[in-house]
Design a protein around this ligand. Structure first.
Ligand SMILES: NC(=O)c1ccc[n+]([C@@H]2O[C@H](COP(=O)([O-])OP(=O)(O)OC[C@H]3O[C@@H](n4cnc5c(N)ncnc54)[C@H](OP(=O)(O)O)[C@@H]3O)[C@@H](O)[C@H]2O)c1
Length: 325
């Protein structure tokens, strides 16, 4: 099979070939039709985010395709089924071995490119809002990087709740898109102070939940912006890792919870439960079209370098998907 390899010196991406792996007992071999690009791929390419032990060294955390072969223990899937799902690695290839519990049927109304835009961002957003946070009890929430893949998935999932006010932050060029998408209030973080706006807009009460990808330079303002018993979920540190001048008093006095998480490092059993619960709770909304993958660009996989540069330059709004042919 062809796959996208990383040059050990220059880190350039190029096509190489090797035989596909055989699926293990509870795995399937999928002929990949489309795969998604994630920031983790950019880091892995630079040698800064190695795959977990036992995972494929090939890049790629999600794909959609057709089952080519089933492991001996797989009963729920058969050859020819169209599926989408999550992997710890290996999606940037013509064939990918996937755990049978981390895939689900591709919704018929979606293309493979659309289906490949679901797993990583929607599972992460669902886990953050419902497992790590409890947005069912929230009156208002703040989503940073509001136009990002995970941010837009989180927005759609949060919007399923009644009477929830959703704030977002984004750079200037993405603010209009977020407003049209339905965010209740979008803050242009390049010219506005989000904590001041949250204070005014919530009459000093703060928001109940914050989804953060920025880290260090947002930390103190995030603490300021949370209500009593508020929850901060940190998924990435795009703006740095070290925070100066933390005052623990607000964390104590407001009884805040701060939770970090990385999806890939979770155990297989955790991820299987997450996929099953996600499918149970939200599967119907994809069928009704209430939840939709947002694809910024669909490119042939020969354009993988372009796809990576779009993401590293923060140009995408939603997902970048590569089709395999
Ligand atoms: N922990 C987990 O389980 C998990 C799972 C999935 C993804 N993630 C991480 O979550 C982040 C978002 O993922 P994604 O796929 O949604 O990414 P994405 O679509 O590429 O969006 C990231 C956006 O973040 C904003 N941004 C980047 N650097 C920033 C900075 N220094 N300050 C403020 N905003 C900044 C940019 O939007 P603007 O133009 O608005 O600035 C950028 O387009 C990534 O870092 C990813 O690795 C974590």
């Amino acid at each position: 099979m062809k796959y996208v390899a990383i040059h050990s010196g220059t880190k350039a991406l190029y096509f190489s070939e090797k035989p596909p792996s055989d699926p293990g007992r509870n795995e399937v071999l999928v002929k990949v039709m489309a795969f998604g690009v994630n920031r983790a791929d950019l880091l892995q390419r630079e040698g800064k985010y190695p795959p977990p032990q036992g995972a494929s060294e090939i890049l790629g955390l999600e794909c959609s395709g057709v089952i080519e072969k089933c492991g001996v223990g797989v009963k729920q899937w058969k050859v020819g089924d169209e599926v989408t799902g999550l992997v710890d690695g290996g999606a940037y290839a013509e064939f990918c071995v996937m755990d049978a519990g981390l895939i689900w049927a591709k919704p018929e109304e979606f293309s493979h490119a659309q289906a490949a835009a679901i797993p990583e961002v929607f599972l992460t957003a669902y886990q953050s809002l419902h497992w790590l946070g409890n947005i069912k009890e929230a009156e208002s929430i703040l989503i940073h990087a509001a136009a990002s893949g995970v941010g837009l998935a989180a927005f759609q999932i949060a919007k399923l709740e009644e009477d929830i006010k959703i704030f977002g932050t984004a750079s200037s060029g993405k603010v209009d898109f977020c407003k049209k998408t339905g965010y209740d209030y979008v803050i242009d973080y390049t010219s506005e102070d989000f904590s001041k706006i949250i204070e005014t807009q919530t009459s000093g009460q703060g928001v109940d939940f914050i989804l953060d990808f920025i880290g260090a330079n947002y930390f103190n303002d995030n603490i300021k912006s949370l209500s009593e018993d508020g929850i901060l979920v940190i998924l990435a540190v795009l703006g740095g890792t070290k925070v100066e001048g933390i005052n623990l008093l607000s964390i104590l006095a407001k009884r805040l919870r701060i939770q970090g998480s990385t999806l890939r490092s979770r155990s297989l059993s955790y991820k299987r439960k997450l996929v099953s619960s996600f499918h149970h709770d939200l599967g119907k909304y994809f069928l009704k079209g209430t939840l939709k993958p947002i694809v910024y660009k669909e490119l042939p996989w020969q354009e993988i370098e372009l796809a990576h540069s779009i993401m590293s330059e923060n140009r995408n709004i939603g997902k970048i998907i590569l089709t395999v042919a």
